[in-house]
Ligand binder design. Structure first.
Ligand SMILES: [Fe+2]
Length: 263
């Protein structure tokens, strides 16, 4: 398995705070059957890319420490870019493993930015493919899951967090992650790991869950083949997404929501 969303690069964001912690995370990932990790530190503003040289240096340090400890995991660099109207692709870490095509993008928690659809349209036409990080966690998609299909149908990709699918963030987020899976909208499942405890570098349990519920072929695409193709900037073989129908305001739905509220 290859994990395309991690905060394992030491001392750069809210993930691994130092090299010792980063190596522990690496050990955890290796023990879990992960063979490749893309380090995706947060890029909150364009000027964060100016520190590119530091990030690459940290990557080399971590690679060396991993090799010295005999941990058989390949490391790559990318980033998790916070969505902004003027995205730049000049940096070697703007796309995952500098593949030139696929990049990981984060939305605000509370809303889907109005400019996202138009911006993605222009980018996709330019062969820059956005991978939306953990859509199941955003209030925008929790309220309007049908928009997730709209994004995928127009060429964006979705990366769900392993923990979300295992219910670590509650039943509502798990339900949405399941819904995305049921509608062929999930192209990657990653750990989004920040440490070895609460947000750990593990995928195996979720791989097994996906294989049991949606089949081994789907699990292999999501955890192994798609990430590999992304690292090389190749063409993905995508399943046909099925639309999520907008929930209509029927009395039945309203009643269900009231019941949920009073639970
Ligand atoms: Fe992240």
């Amino acid at each position: 398995m290859i994990d395309i969303h991690t905060h394992i690069l030491p001392g750069v964001d809210d993930g691994a705070q130092n090299l010792t912690n980063a190596v522990k995370m690496l050990e955890q990932a290796a023990a879990d059957g992960i063979k490749g990790i893309v380090c995706t530190p947060h890029i909150l503003k364009k000027s964060d890319f100016d520190k590119e040289a530091i990030y690459f240096k940290r990557l080399e340090t971590l690679k060396k420490a991993g090799q010295e400890s005999g941990i058989p995991v390949e490391l790559y660099l990318g980033s998790e870019i916070y969505i902004q109207p003027d995205l730049s692709f000049e940096s070697r870490m703007s796309t995952l493993n500098n593949n030139g095509k696929y990049f990981l993008i984060e939305f605000p928690m509370s809303t889907i930015p109005r400019f996202a659809a138009e911006m993605f349209f222009a980018l996709i036409a330019d062969n820059r493919i956005p991978i939306i990080a953990h859509p199941e966690r955003y209030v925008g998609f929790l309220r309007y899951p049908e928009f997730a299909f709209e994004f995928v149908n127009r060429g964006a990709l979705l990366q769900v967090n392993a923990g979300s699918l295992r219910g670590k963030l509650g039943s509502e987020i798990r339900q949405l992650a399941y819904k995305f899976m049921d509608h062929n909208l999930v192209h990657f499942i990653a750990s989004d790991c920040h440490d070895v405890e609460r947000r750990s570098c593990k995928l195996k349990e979720t791989y097994q869950l996906v294989a049991e519920k949606w089949g081994e072929m789907t699990a292999n695409s999501i955890f192994i083949e798609n990430p590999k193709i992304v690292l090389e900037g190749g063409e993905l073989n995508l399943p046909m997404p099925s639309p999520i129908v907008k929930e209509t305001a029927t009395w039945k739905n309203a009643f269900k929501k009231i019941l949920k509220y009073w639970k």
